[in-house]
Ligand binder design. Structure first.
Ligand SMILES: [Zn+2]
Length: 218
């Protein structure tokens, strides 16, 4: 089966959002130390690595992660490649001439190269979506949008991009690695942890090629 893993490996060397407590996985029981088994304890915030933002992340009465319908996160998805841009804007999205009816849209940008080259350090200089791009996505009826860095909006922007998307129940997928993914149509399988009451959750995310799926020219 042709599975492309677009999730980031979770380990203590991964880039961490400034102010976050970081990522720790430590052994609380160890066979080597004579314990009957190995047991590890995980400590990180829910926006670590590849993860899903639920509306509750920025919207007061927004729904939490366990309430997101899985049907929204599993199904046909379109990957587009936007190269050499600092921002993704509505004008750029309009110029892509995407077919109507797309439900899930993933952006491969220069961010994906960060995972290859300098992936261990956080950078605030990543490609993000402008507010007008968020509005374009909402108006198009897109239900899920994904980006290849730890946030969908620019580092020093107001939360507006998040608010527009999450306020319209658009699911946000962050921290993807799309470096090896050609633009085109895929089946997306995104399964965030079923964390009761949380505003987001880490997810394992994979793409499967659709036989005969359209390839968009790069
Ligand atoms: Zn997030």
């Amino acid at each position: 089966m042709d599975i492309i893993d677009i999730s980031l490996p979770l380990d203590s060397g991964m880039p961490i959002w400034p102010g976050s407590s970081g990522f720790r996985l430590r052994k609380t029981l160890s066979l080597e130390a004579g314990d009957p088994c190995n047991v590890s304890q995980l400590d990180c915030d829910v926006h670590t690595g590849t993860h899903v933002d639920a509306p509750a992340h920025f919207i007061k009465s927004g729904i939490t992660i366990e309430k997101l319908p899985l049907e929204m996160m599993v199904g046909a998805a379109t990957v587009v490649y936007i190269q050499g841009a600092e921002s993704i804007t509505a004008a750029q999205l309009a110029s892509l001439s995407l077919p109507l009816g797309i439900k899930r849209l993933l952006f491969r940008t220069d961010n994906s190269e960060l995972w290859q080259n300098n992936g261990r350090r956080f950078t605030s200089d990543y490609v993000g979506l402008t507010c007008d791009a968020a509005e374009w996505i909402v108006n198009r009826g897109i239900q899920l949008v994904g980006i290849d860095y730890l946030s969908i909006q620019h580092y020093d922007d107001t939360p507006r991009t998040h608010e527009i998307l999450l306020g319209a129940q658009v699911i946000i997928l962050e921290g993807l690695n799309l470096a090896k993914v050609k633009p085109g149509e895929y089946e997306l399988i995104c399964l965030p942890l079923r964390l009761t009451g949380a505003e987001g959750a880490p997810a394992r995310v994979v793409l499967r090629r659709i036989p005969g799926g359209i390839e968009i020219n790069e």
